[in-house]
Design a protein. Structure first.
Length: 117
């Protein structure tokens, strides 16, 4: 009854969080498939360091995207959720789908900034 007025809560952070979690998991699966593909081992014979470095960077970006999605679902740390969605733009996923999901999540996160604590 008394106290500060409550903030309006919409579904926007939840939608952004789900999109970021799906984008992060999808990118992790894609890079796991790339590392287990025999053709990649053939390519790694010619460029051994490049495949490992790109995979490690993409895996780290995918983990940060996943973390940003969890923060968006909890409606906490808007900055970390925003960084996760921006870094998710650089994860490729299936035919660029992870980047597209991260872009949509970025737009939704910017629109829902006031709902975070």
């Amino acid at each position: 009854m008394y106290g500060p007025p409550t903030k309006p809560q919409t579904m926007k952070p939840m939608i952004a969080g789900i999109l970021l979690v799906v984008a992060g998991v999808m990118a992790i699966i894609v890079w796991a498939l790339i590392f287990t593909n025999p053709l990649t081992f053939f390519l790694a014979a010619f460029l051994p360091g490049l495949v490992v470095i790109c995979g490690a960077i993409a895996f780290a970006l995918s983990i940060l995207t996943l973390l940003g999605g969890v923060m968006a679902l909890r409606r906490r740390m808007w900055g970390l959720a925003l960084v996760g969605s921006i870094l998710g733009l650089f994860t490729i996923g299936y035919f660029g789908l992870s980047s597209l999901l991260s872009l949509i999540a970025l737009i939704v996160l910017v629109m829902s900034k006031d709902e975070f604590t």
